[in-house]
Design a protein around this ligand. Structure first.
Ligand SMILES: Nc1nc2c(ncn2[C@@H]2O[C@H](COP(=O)(O)OP(=O)(O)OP(=O)(O)O)[C@@H](O)[C@H]2O)c(=O)[nH]1
Length: 345
């Protein structure tokens, strides 16, 4: 009988390390002579993570929205099309960091109604330091969303341990255990783990709805979650990330590298993830830049094909107009002029 195609969902908050893990898993499968395929979802209009994945890997892209709401219906169709066209041995779905994983589970199970696919596990990558900070503050829709991503995981990768102390690691491990006592927890730096171990953990995906409302810790985030999104029913899981927004900026000019680095350092706290391809006027190469939880990273890159110079900013209620003005100023497309003139640009 025809074997079901295993499907893995990669979940985890923005910038936690999902693409880092994805690259490791793809290398692992290719090393075994298998043909993996990827469904990638990005909030921004360009698939920057896709540039980090070898071109030989078949990929379906869902851009400009989050799988779990605006383009939810597309997931099942894209997954089916990818499988029919590419006949992969295994499929990984990398959700946006703002996605509620249960909605993705829903999309996969829909596909399994008419194609032989088997959802193997839901792997959630956690940024140890970021979770700790939110847990200590005990509030915010981001905190609540992270909690959900952790709760329904069958495997938890406790990543970025290079950024926390041993005591903080123990503290965050206790939080994970409290929220999800069933999943295997795998501590890591840059998701450096034995891929077989990651893939073979059998935790089972937890779909119990009652687990999604936790009053036990006395946090008051459920109220916030309900009021953030006014077009969703109170308590609806979609409301958890309706507050998340993305701004995509296309560069027309090159920028100075030091000025750009300073701009990234000065990003408002409400911007918790940024990435892009930039071309500096004082260096010879193009760079892929990454910014996650106040840490920036620049990597020389030579993208294949026609890739624009672009930056995507993801966060909560930040002023995209302000970011745009600053970037235009870096590009010298917005020169200091009287306010009235500047507004009309
Ligand atoms: N310091 C540190 N940085 C890490 C670690 N793992 C990943 N990173 C960096 O964190 C940034 C984000 O990593 P990604 O793998 O792109 O994260 P992601 O979850 O795919 O991000 P989104 O798709 O935007 O949600 C990159 O600059 C990585 O190099 C880690 O363990 N420690």
């Amino acid at each position: 009988m025809e074997q079901a195609i295993p499907v893995y969902i990669l979940s985890g908050f923005l910038g936690s390390g999902k693409t880092t893990l994805l690259q490791r898993l793809l290398d692992h499968w290719k090393g075994q002579g298998l043909r993996p395929a990827v469904v990638m979802n990005e909030l921004g209009e360009v698939n920057l993570d896709g540039l980090l994945v070898e071109q030989s890997v078949p990929m379906a892209e869902l851009l400009g929205g989050c799988i779990c709401c605006s383009i939810r219906g597309d997931l099942s169709t894209e997954l089916a099309t990818l499988i029919k066209k590419e006949s992969p041995d295994v499929v990984v779905i990398e959700a946006t960091g703002a996605a509620n994983p249960l909605e993705i589970v829903d999309g996969v199970t829909e596909t399994s109604l008419y194609l032989k696919v088997e959802l193997k596990s839901l792997i959630t990558v956690v940024d140890a330091g970021h979770l700790l900070e939110l847990h200590r503050a005990q509030q915010g829709a981001t905190y609540r969303l992270m909690q959900e991503q952790i709760r329904c995981a069958s495997v938890l990768i406790l990543n970025k341990l290079d950024r926390v102390t041993e005591e903080e690691k123990e503290e965050v491990l206790t939080v994970l255990r409290k929220w999800n006592a069933y999943a295997a927890v795998m501590p890591a730096v840059r998701c450096e783990l034995d891929s077989d171990e990651v893939l073979n953990q059998a935790g089972g995906i937890r779909l119990e709805a009652e687990d999604l409302t936790d009053e036990a810790e006395g946090d008051d985030t459920s109220h916030e979650a309900e009021t953030e999104g006014n077009h969703t029913a109170p308590g609806s899981t979609h409301a958890l990330h309706d507050h998340v927004m993305a701004y995509t900026h296309y560069f027309k000019n090159t920028v100075n590298s030091e000025e750009f680095e300073q701009f990234v350092k000065d990003l408002p706290r409400d911007v918790y993830r940024a990435k892009g391809i930039v071309e500096f006027n004082d260096t010879s190469s193009r760079y892929l830049f990454q910014y996650a939880y106040r840490e920036a990273d620049y990597m020389k890159i030579t993208p294949q094909g026609d890739v624009p110079n672009v930056a995507v900013f993801i966060g909560e209620h930040f002023s995209s107009g302000e970011l745009r003005s600053k970037l235009l100023r870096l590009e010298k497309r917005l020169l200091a002029r009287p306010n009235a003139v500047r507004r009309s640009l």
